[in-house]
Design a protein. Sequence first.
Length: 253
Amino acid sequence: MGNTALAVSYFDMAIEDGLKRNSVKQLNWAYTAKAEFFASIFQRDSSIFYAKRALSVIANTGFTNYKLNAAKLLLDNYRTSNVDSAFKYSEIYRIENDSVFSAKAIQQTQLMTFENEKKQQELIKEKKIAEQQRKQNIQYAIIALGILTFIILFLALSRRHITNTKLIQFLGVVALLLVFEFLNLLLHPFLESITHHSPVLMLLALVCIAALLIPLHHKLEKWATHKLVEKNKAIRLASAKKTIEELEKDNTN
């Protein structure tokens, strides 16, 4: 805002807070910022003073990378007035700049390594998911084939070999239950995806499906068992007639 006195007071507040906290990083930032401010208003001596303070607070600490801005500021201040000092701070700036560049290069390499590892993990995860899906599809196919085989055998045997009406009814109920439970098994993942695994919504969806399937189940059960029982009775009756006819022929002879 162009208010120099107010700006300096805020820099001083930052420096005072850094001293209270005994934070060398905060003091370095505050001294560097104040040095840059004085450089911007062409107060060279004050800029040099606070830039040197910024370097001194981090001397013999692990925060050597914070020397960069202060060293560059001192280099600029001494460039046209003191060759020796300019060279001294240019060396500090060069060393720290190389160090920062190396650190960034290392970080970039680590980041690339991390990204590659993450990508490999994602590929492994996707492969596992695909393998699980394949196994699940195979299991679904086996179940469907098993149900189909059971129904075919049931229909074939009930036409010729199974003569007990209650057994036909029982096996008919089992066949229909297998079909409908298989349908529920297929629909379950779809229901989870649209309900977002909400137990309440899952329950409501299953109740709605049951409300639709139960009446149909009863109708199909009644039709199937009645049809098979009647067919079985007809077969048994035809067999009985054939037996009677054979007996009558024998008696006639």
